[in-house]
Ligand binder design. Sequence first.
Ligand code: GDP
Length: 412
Amino acid sequence: MAAADALAKVRNIGIMAHIDAGKTTTTERILFYTGITYKIGEVHEGAAVMDWMEQEQERGITITSAATKCEWKGHTIQIIDTPGHVDFTVEVERSLRVLDGAVAVYDGVAGVEPQTENVWRQADKYNVPRMCFVNKLDRTGADFFRCVQMMIERLNATPLVLQIPIGLEGDHIGVVDLIGMRALTWRGETQKGEDYAIEEIPADLAASAAEWRDKLLETLADVDDSVMEKYLEGEEIAADEIKAAIRRATIAGKANPVLCGSAFKNKGVQPMLDAVVDFLPSPLDIPAVEGTALDGETVLLRKPSNDEPFAGLAFKIQTDKHLGKLTYVRVYSGTLESGSQVVNSTKDRKERIGKIYQMHANKREERPTAQAGDIIAVQGLKQTTTGDTLSDPANPVILESMTFPEPVINVA
Ligand code: GDP
């Protein structure tokens, strides 16, 4: 596969949420459905009565990596840890800088909460395309439409409601897909391996579904000219055209697809993953990253291509029990080779690249090289700290233009 084709199938995303909205549960379910924690279909007989949670605990799967890779329908999804629980913005801003799109997870009872509001505003600043997942619809007091209204009022968002819930609280069994005009249901005691059933829209939701589909097309027409034309002419708009328009509007930051469900009850996660692939950008969809030459003034652009000189941003440093210091790097352009020499252009120091690792939730994989769009961990960097740019020594560039306040360290 040509590099550009492969890059078009990459989604570097963050999941942002107020504490307790379900970020961990949603991430864990994503890793499950993408086959990291279990290979769906490989489960032996009796799976239906298996206690999935217990098994998981036994395996002790926790997501501690700053970036975790998984696969969904021929696409690579990299989940970059986005701290949503802190008010100090440095780490949040840096993670927003290295991701291409985000999923905001909401508690369907509490709606839009302050920490989501903070991160949402920071994401506005960096033009991060976003979609929304209204979680916990099984909880007492869940109100999907109130949450959507809060997105408009508190976040100044333009929600594109793509689903409405079927039932709430104990009766929450699925969603109406407003693009396909069909019901997706997870009935009974949903096990995590279970796929959804596709059904007719329940009769009592038919009018509401028609109304919300119309609202979807109307909102989409407001932000997309080709939909506007057809909408005004009263022409039928095919599902593929609707999806393409949603993708354009989302990537342009003009609108936010909204989906819903209950991660904990295993409802709504697979369609949400489809939406990540369908609507959030690949590294090719975002503008070339802008930096400066070493003079700090001359503007340089780095396109997401392997033909460009190497440029990457160190965004997180972690200490691994076995590997020691690992520096997480987002590669924006060119190729990074293990064993090669690069320049830390921020500090004007040479650095030798040790081993390069692709981090998964439960394993790491050594790679000889990393390319544009990749997010990897590098061993062996001695002087690099977060926010530093690494680049091709012959073509140095400084990517981090943000000035962060130095953290105050209190020495007792
Ligand atoms: P985080 O702080 O955003 O990472 O939230 P967690 O994923 O840790 O979830 C916080 C709590 O809410 C945990 O007790 C979860 O089991 C619970 N939770 C998460 N998703 C759901 C859901 O869809 N429904 C219900 N009822 N509880 C949920």
